[in-house]
Ligand binder design. Structure first.
Ligand SMILES: NC(=[NH2+])NCCC[C@H](N)C(=O)O
Length: 470
């Protein structure tokens, strides 16, 4: 994007929309229909939309008032010290590549639409191809490639066209009677009378938060807005537009197929529903858009984690080799480490029952850690500056994240703790390398690290006991 003139309202709004759209919207309907009827789905959208809006407004505010903070973890560090900065940054990094694992499964299952050998996205052929894609993207980023504005625009258009086509056709084939038949009752649950509204509502949260992962990226662009007002306005318009797209794409199909049919449809659901609506070409049409959307998002989510660990190394939160750039200006160590971990996870996928949901839940849980720190810092900073309105925005943002992750599944946070263990080692190495606090962990850091380790052990134990299914 052009750096000199500042971004217009339209460009900023587009950035908010496009930075969030990855694979999620294409799989939404069936993921939601597995646990909820249209009524609770709409209710959940309202709540999640509000919570995310509060988060984005907090980020906007902080960015404008603290323009020199670089990266989302900077707020945690500024507000609550180095260890908090590390926890937030490492969480962002974990989230970024775990999300790529989820992308891999959707990408492969959409290729399965054309090539049966990839069907389901969870077999040896899929894992091999996904690994190749992951390493190729890493290689490209390692060559120092920056995402070009023109490419971004093309990717955005390719993402949006199939979505609009789906929505328009969805409106035409919509049958009101079908939609309202079981508006509040979950007909897939097997329980007579379905599961209660509350249970249905809860089942929507994780996937709905997942589709908004990435909004923080666009909020980060606020500093490049032509005017401060535009930054705030673009966030609101962008999030409302996203919400409209998500609501329509996920809810219209309830007026076309029954909830049972929707829940059982192959993933990526949008592709198969559209094929059902318009004929064979429909599936191909959606899948091309989907494949481009994922590759584009995957590329930027390859750059982002490496950028984060690079910044963290500059802030002395990680050893200097995380920040060491090759001759193309790319942080090779970070990139290769990340790709290697993705590789391990792709192999795990072979044995996972619900690989996509598992990966997206971990990705979402990990980023919630950063979001919680953003909320906390927004509250702290606004309270210090006696800015009551912003403080309330922060309180809502924070409350939403804490409550939503508690309802969606705290055990995913325990599993994320496992991912923090190597991070703790690197944090400790960094303290030694830069001789911070005489190269030792402080008392508080020891306590927090112990809690993380306990969380990780609890996570492992729960998995071993079969209480958490992978
Ligand atoms: N690689 C990642 N961290 N991806 C997260 C982005 C997910 C995106 N909101 C989606 O709907 O698919």
């Amino acid at each position: 994007m052009d750096e000199n003139k500042g971004l217009s309202l339209g460009a900023l709004t587009a950035a908010v929309v496009t930075s969030s759209i990855g694979s999620g919207v294409f799989t939404l309907t069936s993921s939601l229909a597995g646990g909820a009827a249209p009524g609770p789905v709409l209710l959940a959208w309202l709540v999640v939309g509000f919570g995310i809006l509060m988060l984005a407004l907090s980020l906007n505010n902080l960015l404008l008032k603290k323009p020199d903070a670089e990266g989302i973890h900077a707020y945690a560090q500024e507000g609550f010290g180095n260890f908090a900065g590390f926890v937030s940054g490492w969480g962002y990094w974990l989230s970024a590549w775990l999300g790529n694992v989820a992308f891999a499964t959707v990408l492969m299952s959409s290729l399965g639409y054309f090539l049966p050998m990839f069907k389901g996205g969870q077999n040896v052929a899929s894992v091999i191809l996904a690994s190749v894609v992951s390493w190729v993207l890493t290689f490209i980023v390692n060559r120092g490639v920056e995402s070009a504005a023109a490419v971004n625009t093309i990717i955005t258009i390719c993402k949006l066209i199939p979505l609009f086509a789906f929505i328009v056709v969805g409106i035409f084939v919509f049958k009101g009677g079908m939609f309202t038949a079981h508006f509040w009752t979950n007909v897939t649950s097997g329980v007579a009378g379905g599961s209660g509204i509350w249970t249905q509502f809860k089942s929507c949260l994780m996937i709905m938060m997942w589709v908004f992962v990435g909004v923080e990226g666009a909020s980060m662009l606020s500093s490049r807005a032509k005017s401060k007002n535009d930054a705030g306005r673009a966030t609101i318009i962008g999030i409302i537009s996203l919400l409209v797209i998500y609501v329509l794409a996920s809810v219209l199909p309830y007026g076309y197929l029954s909830q049972n049919e929707l829940a059982k449809i192959n993933q990526p659901a949008m592709l198969y529903i559209f094929q059902d609506m318009v004929g064979k070409w429909g599936g191909a049409f959606i899948s091309v858009g989907l494949i481009i959307a994922i590759l584009g998002a995957w590329l930027s989510w390859t750059m982002l984690p490496a950028d984060t660990t690079m910044l963290m190394a500059e802030e002395k939160l990680l050893p200097s080799y995380f920040g060491k750039k090759n001759k193309n200006g790319a942080p090779t160590f970070s990139l290769v480490l990340t790709a290697a971990l993705i590789q391990v996870f792709l192999l795990v996928l072979l044995f996972s029952e619900e690989a996509y949901n598992f990966a997206l839940s971990l990705c979402t849980a990990a980023i919630v850690v950063c979001y919680i720190f953003v909320g906390m810092y927004q509250v702290k900073f606004s309270a210090q500056n006696k800015d009551t309105k912003q403080m309330w925005i922060g309180i809502f943002a924070l409350a939403f994240q804490v409550i939503a992750i508690t309802l969606a599944g705290l055990h995913f946070l325990l599993l994320c703790c496992i991912g923090y263990i190597p991070g703790l080692y690197f944090y400790y190495r960094a303290k030694k390398e830069f001789d911070i606090d005489d190269g030792k962990l402080t008392k508080a850091e020891i306590i927090y690290s112990t809690l993380i380790v306990i969380g990780a052990i609890a996570g492992v134990v729960l998995v071993a006991m079969g209480l958490i299914t992978i």
